[in-house]
Design a protein around this ligand. Structure first.
Ligand code: SAM
Length: 532
């Protein structure tokens, strides 16, 4: 974990990842952290939308269109949709290439000043055929969505090996170019009498995007600033961080294991179709090795236990429309009395701050705010991560924290429910749903478009140096047995957090019979199988 700790330190994040035999990899406080301080910003290594929502999510910046569907798409596979020409060009390659002269008219946007830098060469082509095949495969939607996520993880690893920038980086390059363009236009307007020199203008543009301006966490006083106060560069993990995530394949039910044994050969064949069956032999290694069936099962199991849900929170009940994997965020262990929470950006205009998360609003004030939000027709500007439970707790998690419980979500019943739910709500332009016309597309150069579902963690209590930093994966308002059953069923572990131990000891001492009670319940039909 040394390299992750180095990155966190360099970027001013007050966390470290430690390893212990009992807790595995887990986040701890690198220094004392006051309540409300930002802990981390992270970008997904890969994200995947459920088939039935594919037209609503931009495949590149992960912007979700809550009211209808996007129009731009790959016409060959019809599996990936884009909010803008810029996002499409990042995935599919752009018709023009970068030159010092900015391009003429962009045929899609009719915008004369938009340059379409070809940063990626269109990596989507590598998986296009496979996605088309996968779409016609008669398998359950859960398996298909996990396989799609796996495909994109391996595609992103291939991109890493080719030196192709991540979609986030490519998007930032476009933003930077746009900024320079604006600055140059400004200079033109000022003409020869302009007060600023070309050098000054370009330097200003570059400064905006070299991370230093956005990440103004002072290197000499790291603790003085927090991600919620400044736009701090998020952590982008690599493939081998993903490979460090815990897998629980061995704990799966026999039936689930057999299911995946059968599907693994098909998965390997699909990966073969995209030339994605090889991975680097190790971090930074130029040598490669071929993926085995065991690798695939371990990775699928790791995705099941570690992926976060992406939720549409514009509805009265949050709807899960896909999964995203943020390796560093998955190192946060669970506690039923957690000390941090996470918020997932959803492309709304304003950035979330700790005030949004911690601001204790009285019931009356809250009602007023809700009314106001409804009146404006605006959706919530923040999207609390996860929430396995559709009935997300709106009441305080604990008396000291008014924060609804975030949680990891991949193996949740609600994920399936969301997939099912969409059947009743097909997305098409014919059924009267809103389709974004190119003219009304969001500005593709606005970094806030989609936000890449950037996840921000905040401390919801004071955390002392060396203490574990925890989030909650489930609704912690449930009683002990129900909490433990949920964690065993969906995450395959027996929770021994302080609160569980305390409550257990209050009723019957000892936390030694690891999960026996919950396993009994599960056998009696109280829980779901490993593969959802
Ligand atoms: C999302 S991962 C967290 C990172 C994990 N510790 C690792 O090494 O990759 C979730 C897994 O961590 C372990 N875990 C997290 N919270 C725990 C807790 N309160 N009690 C026991 N195990 C826990 C379980 O194995 C669980 O499946």
């Amino acid at each position: 974990m040394e390299h992750i700790n180095k990155i966190c330190k360099e970027q001013g994040y007050p966390i470290e990842v430690e390893n212990s035999p009992i807790l595995g990899n887990h986040a701890v406080a690198a220094r004392n952290i006051p309540r409300g301080e930002g802990l981390l910003r992270a970008i997904p290594f890969a994200a995947e939308v459920f088939d039935s929502y594919k037209k609503r999510m931009c495949h590149v910046c992960l912007l979700y269109h809550a009211r209808g569907s996007f129009q731009l798409r790959c016409q060959d596979c019809d599996q990936v949709y884009f909010c803008s020409a810029a996002c499409r060009d990042i995935a599919m390659g752009s018709p023009s290439t970068f030159s010092t002269e900015f391009t003429e008219t962009n045929p899609d946007t009719q915008d004369n000043n938009v340059s379409t830098l070809n940063t990626t060469g269109g990596y989507h082509a590598k998986v296009c055929r496979t996605l088309r095949k996968l779409a016609t495969w008669n398998s359950d939607r859960h398996s298909k969505s996990i396989i799609k996520l796996l495909l994109h993880i391996l595609l992103n690893h291939w991109k890493e090996r080719q030196g192709i920038p991540t979609t986030y980086r490519a998007h930032r390059t476009l933003e930077k170019e746009r900024e320079m363009e604006k600055n140059m236009a400004q200079l033109d307007n000022k003409g020869n009498d302009g007060v600023e020199s070309l050098g000054q203008v370009l330097a200003a543009g570059a400064k905006l995007h070299d991370g230093s301006a956005e990440s103004t966490v002072a290197s000499d006083n790291v603790s003085a600033k927090a991600p919620q106060d400044e736009i701090q560069e998020p952590i982008e993990n690599d493939f081998f961080d993903m490979m460090r995530l815990q897998s629980h394949f061995e704990d799966w039910d026999e039936e689930d294991k057999k299911d995946w044994d059968r599907q693994t050969q098909i998965v390997l064949a699909l990966l073969e179709l995209s030339g994605l069956t090889e991975i680097a032999a190790g971090p930074g290694s130029k040598e490669v090795r071929t993926l085995t069936a065991q690798d695939i099962k371990q990775m699928i199991s790791a995705l099941e236990s570690n992926a976060f849900g992406m939720f549409d929170r514009s509805k009265s009940k949050p709807v899960c429309f896909g999964r995203a994997i943020y390796p560093i965020a998955s190192f946060f262990n669970h506690s039923c009395d957690c000390n941090s929470t996470a918020v997932q950006a959803d492309g709304s205009e304003e950035r979330v701050t700790s005030d949004d998360v911690l601001g204790v609003v009285g019931a009356e004030e809250e009602e007023k705010q809700n009314k106001f939000a409804k009146k404006k027709g605006s959706k919530s500007k923040k999207s609390k991560v996860g929430n396995l439970s559709d009935s997300a707790p709106s009441t305080p998690l604990s008396s000291s924290s008014p924060v609804p419980t975030p949680s990891l979500s991949s193996p949740s019943p609600q994920v399936d429910a969301a997939e099912e739910g969409d059947e009743a709500m097909p997305i098409s332009s014919e059924n009267g749903e809103e389709v974004l016309e190119p003219s009304s597309e969001p500005d593709p150069y606005n970094s806030r478009v989609g936000e890449f579902r950037m996840m921000t963690f905040f401390a919801i209590r004071d955390i002392l140096k060396g203490q574990d930093i925890t989030i909650s994966y489930i609704d912690t308002e449930m009683p002990l047995q129900a909490r433990r059953l949920a964690l065993l069923t969906d995450y395959h572990f027996h929770c021994c957090c302080e609160r569980c131990v305390r409550e257990e000891q209050a009723s019957a001492p000892g936390c030694s019979k690891k999960g026996s009670k919950e396993k009994d319940n599960k056998k009696k039909g109280g829980g779901r199988g490993g593969k959802k």
